[in-house]
Design a protein around this ligand. Sequence first.
Ligand code: DX5
Ligand code: ZN
Length: 221
Amino acid sequence: MSDFLIAPSILSADFARLGAEVDAVLEAGADVVHFDVMDNHYVPNLTIGPMVCQALRKYGVTAPIDAHLMVRPVDRLIGDFIEAGASIITFHPEASDHIDRSLQLIRSGGAQCGLVFNPGTPLYYLDYVMDKVDVILLMSVNPGFGGQAFIPGTLAKLREARARIAASGRDIRLEIDGGVSAKNIREIAEAGADMFVAGSAIFNAPNYAEAIAAMRAELAL
Ligand code: DX5
Ligand code: ZN
């Protein structure tokens, strides 16, 4: 895997042909499958759960699956996603009653763990768990839907998160999710992100390989 990871969000895929869609983006050069889990409670939308993750594994997907849990409560689903083959599991700290416990549940199940920050959620939730996270995911839109516009203030927040990672001395991925495209990916990377979720910019493009190549070209400049 390269230093920069491209993670298409299957939220914008054709769910009726999900296996083929995942194959297609991986063949087109994606590194990670971003899997958005919404519960119509923590966020105002309803998507897919562990059974679908397991079905993708059974179908033959071997790439890392990045389960982004937009659910409350969190813990009940963690074990299910581990059993279903998720490689990375992230959750929103304000949706968990016991952040440290949720992180431990993910770790002890053998997956990588991380916290997700909505545009209005402060980074101080990281203060006492920096030594326990593998990934920090910053939302650059309010969660619930694909196809929204990138919130510019996220760039300053990325810089702050990158500084926290540098100060920790740990190798922590800084993931960005929402409104990412070839048009803004370079400034997002310059602000410190190294893992890029993109839903509509990839799945709504006529050619997935070209869409991903356009992003990588910006990152290589
Ligand atoms: C939003 C999801 C995102 C979404 C991104 O709640 O977490 O992963 O699918 O979609 P785009 O890239 O279209 O903003
Ligand atoms: Zn997401």
